[in-house]
Design a protein around this ligand. Structure first.
Ligand code: HEC
Length: 111
């Protein structure tokens, strides 16, 4: 029982750290942000060309959101990405994570 309660507290703690509470994630806002700020590097042309630029399409939203939150918190280090997310809110990170998760996975096998 004690373990269960501790696990529950840990889960709650994690979820409040990662998700903005009570926020209705907005895929259209995520799309607008991706188009304006992320596609220059994470667009299909660039991920095919630049081997170190990861594909985000079709990845799980919770995974994408966690990476973005970690970049912002300095728990995952990458100068490019840390500067990309530094001015974004927790809500914007969720929006853009949802947007990319809903895109078709590209066939990169030729690259
Ligand atoms: C200037 C180029 C550039 C821009 C613009 C950019 N990124 Fe990135 N992004 C990268 C690179 C390079 C990496 C790989 C970092 C590493 O090696 O850890 C990355 C990694 C990521 C990851 C982790 C992927 C994984 O599989 O773990 C996510 C999520 C991400 N970017 C989302 C975004 C979002 C959302 C935006 C727009 C707000 C954005 N990026 C804008 C270059 C960019």
């Amino acid at each position: 029982m004690k373990t269960f309660i501790v696990s529950l507290l840990v889960l709650c703690g994690l979820s409040t750290a990662v998700y903005a509470e009570g926020y209705q994630v907005d895929i259209e806002r995520g799309k607008a942000l991706a188009t304006a700020q992320c596609e220059s590097c994470h667009g299909l042309a660039m991920i095919a060309m630049a081997k170190q630029f990861p594909n985000l399409r079709g990845q799980k939203p919770a995974y994408l959101n966690k990476q973005l939150v970690d970049f912002k918190a300095g728990l995952r280090l990458d100068p490019l990405m840390q500067s990309q997310v530094s001015a974004l809110t927790a809500e914007q990170l969720q929006d853009v994570a949802l947007f990319y998760s809903q895109q078709d996975i590209p066939n990169l096998s030729a690259n």
